[in-house]
Design a protein around this ligand. Structure first.
Ligand code: HEM
Length: 402
């Protein structure tokens, strides 16, 4: 085993990734970092993983996990006193076994493949409805990519249509802490998280009195079997919104930009919309909406032959692993028919994205519908990039639908 590489070039490259040029093109920096070593050390001690095999190891090996709650204090001091951090940090995403195992099992019994499949006709209808209202020049993010995923999760969970616009605003404000917990982010995120919690607790109460076919009714039934507390139920449903919103928004926006910049690939999809499943996997790989996941080494271990000590913080750059030439032939080429594709974009191991089948269904429905309905689709200005390291995407995407 070798010690993890540290160098001034590593520091420069990691610094560039936090700036506008690095945000625009992280992939050439990832590639250089990977050439230096698939695991390197940042100035603050964090281990940075850019190889595919290393990312797989970090997400699947139980010797990596979420920091214990005492360590959370270093990441976000006073987190338990803030509604926003409390709602996120006590969710399944941030827990370790055995709590994680129990929560994941309970939600999986309600959020099933069958439930997702049953949403398919409704999702197709929602796509067509939104596209019916699109005309001339629009901001694709505002008009489609932002509202559509929250509407879909609302449909799944059972949030009534009349409440969706308000709920979308609350989820957006709470989601500000997903990137970094700063006092400015908390100012909006705290009241939003408190309102989300109250709203979902009321909705659960309504379904206790009058159950429906929706996910919250199914979770209430689990709660009545005394396996899930009310607090856990509300936190779980809130997590579905937090985890499924900005991610799907940016998958749609990133995919559209990639296709518009690659007319050959766009023409292939238009000519054969049945390519959608393979196209979506490739779009997930090529420009992943989730660029990284964080873990802590829970014991002494190793990644790609580099020695890691218990307590060290690790960042697995999924977006970098997705372009590793050791795993993907010609990784910087978008190829909607790529065979043997296994992008890292939904993570791996016990925290593998619970909503992956739903996200795939949304993208496989929306992207072909959009490109086939509007043959003259084009960018009308420079897309505005999100200022963010974790969630990659756009805040505005001006297009003309012809
Ligand atoms: C393109 C869209 C999406 C992407 C790229 C994505 C990506 C991810 C990733 C990378 C993780 C693992 C995080 C980690 O290991 O730390 C994750 C977890 C999760 N995702 Fe997604 N996600 C997407 C959509 C959704 C949707 C639509 C939902 C639900 C409606 C959802 C619910 C979840 C949940 C609940 C977890 C936590 C799982 C656990 O801790 O066991 N995601 N997602």
């Amino acid at each position: 085993m070798t010690d993890v590489v540290e160098s001034s070039e590593v520091s420069v490259l990691l610094d560039e990734l936090t700036r506008a040029a690095g945000r625009e093109d992280p992939y050439s920096r990832y590639s250089r970092l990977r050439e230096i070593a698939p695991v390197v050390r940042a100035d603050d001690g964090t281990l940075v993983v850019t190889g595919y095999a290393g990312c797989v190891a970090v997400t699947r090996d139980p010797r990596f996990g979420n920091p214990p709650s005492q360590a959370m204090e270093f990441i976000a001091p006073g987190w338990e006193d803030h509604p926003a951090t409390r709602l996120l940090f006590t969710s399944m995403l941030m827990t370790n076994p055995p709590d994680h195992t129990r929560l994941r099992r309970l939600v999986s019994s309600s959020f099933t493949a069958r439930r997702v499949q049953a949403l398919q006709p409704r999702i197709a209808e929602m796509v067509e409805d939104r596209l019916d209202h699109v005309d001339g020049e629009i901001d694709f993010v505002e008009a489609f990519a932002l509202p559509f995923p929250v509407d879909v999760i609302s449909e799944l969970v059972g949030v009534p249509e009349a409440d969706r616009a308000r709920f979308r605003g609350l989820v957006r404000d709470w989601g500000r802490i997903l990137e970094a917990v700063t006092p400015e982010a908390l100012q909006k995120a705290d009241p939003a998280a408190a309102a989300i919690r109250d709203y979902l607790a009321d909705l659960a109460q309504e379904r206790r009195e009058e159950p429906g076919e929706d996910l919250i009714s199914a979770l209430v039934a689990v709660e009545e079997g005394e396996q899930l507390t009310e607090d856990e139920l509300v936190t779980m449903v809130a997590l579905l919104f937090a985890a499924g919103f900005a991610t799907t928004t940016n998958l749609l926006a990133n995919s559209l930009v990639c296709l518009l910049r690659d007319p050959d690939q766009l023409a292939r999809l238009r000519a054969d919309p049945a390519l959608a499943p393979s196209a979506v996997e490739e779009l997930l790989r090529y420009d992943s909406p989730v660029q990284l996941v964080r873990r802590m080494a829970l014991e002494d271990t190793e990644i790609s032959g580099a020695r890691i000590r218990a307590g060290e913080r690790v960042v697995a750059h999924l977006g970098a692993g997705n372009r590793d030439p050791q795993r993907f032939a010609d990784p910087d080429r978008l190829d909607l028919t790529r065979a043997d594709n296994a992008p890292l974009s939904f993570g791996g191991g016990i925290h593998y994205c619970l909503g992956a089948p739903l996200a795939r269904l949304e993208a496989q429905t929306a992207i072909p519908a959009l490109v086939t309905r509007f043959p003259n689709l084009q960018l009308t200005g420079a897309p505005a990039r999100r200022d963010s390291l974790v969630i990659r995407g756009y805040t505005a995407l001006p297009i003309s639908v012809g």
